[in-house]
Design a protein around this ligand. Structure first.
Ligand SMILES: [Zn+2]
Ligand SMILES: [Zn+2]
Length: 124
């Protein structure tokens, strides 16, 4: 499978029992249906995101890409909790593409939220 953004080959990266694809050049990550949500819940899963945010930012501007699985035009999505995170989603097979650094960012917020929830409970 080739990267939908820079057309370089993607390699399989296995974390726990999940296999995701990572671009060998731009380090963007491809997740099949809901895999990003399962991975987000796993401790240490940000390690699969090896690229820097700087590398990702250069590719973030590229829009109108085709799904590498089913060739449908992907839709740009904005994360509801973190509007600075833009990712691409396939309306047909529901795969998603995160630029380098975005998955790490997406995940960090979860830990922060958990912490906020805990401190909120303590105040009650
Ligand atoms: Zn790429
Ligand atoms: Zn697709």
């Amino acid at each position: 499978m080739d990267c939908p953004k820079c057309q370089s080959p993607m390699e399989a990266v296995v974390y726990e029992s999940f296999e995701v694809n990572r671009c060998t050049k731009c380090k963007g990550l491809w997740f099949d249906l809901r895999e990003q949500e399962h991975l987000k819940a796993l401790e240490g899963s940000e390690r699969i995101d090896v690229g820097t945010s700087g590398e990702g930012a250069a590719y973030n501007e590229i829009g109108g890409i085709e799904c590498p699985i089913c060739r449908t035009l992907m839709i740009r999505m904005v994360d509801a909790q973190q509007p600075h995170i833009w990712y691409e989603s396939c309306p047909t097979c529901y795969g998603v593409f995160f630029d380098a650094g975005e998955f790490r960012d997406y995940r960090e917020r979860t830990i922060l939220d958990l912490f906020k929830d805990l401190t909120a409970k303590e105040r009650k």
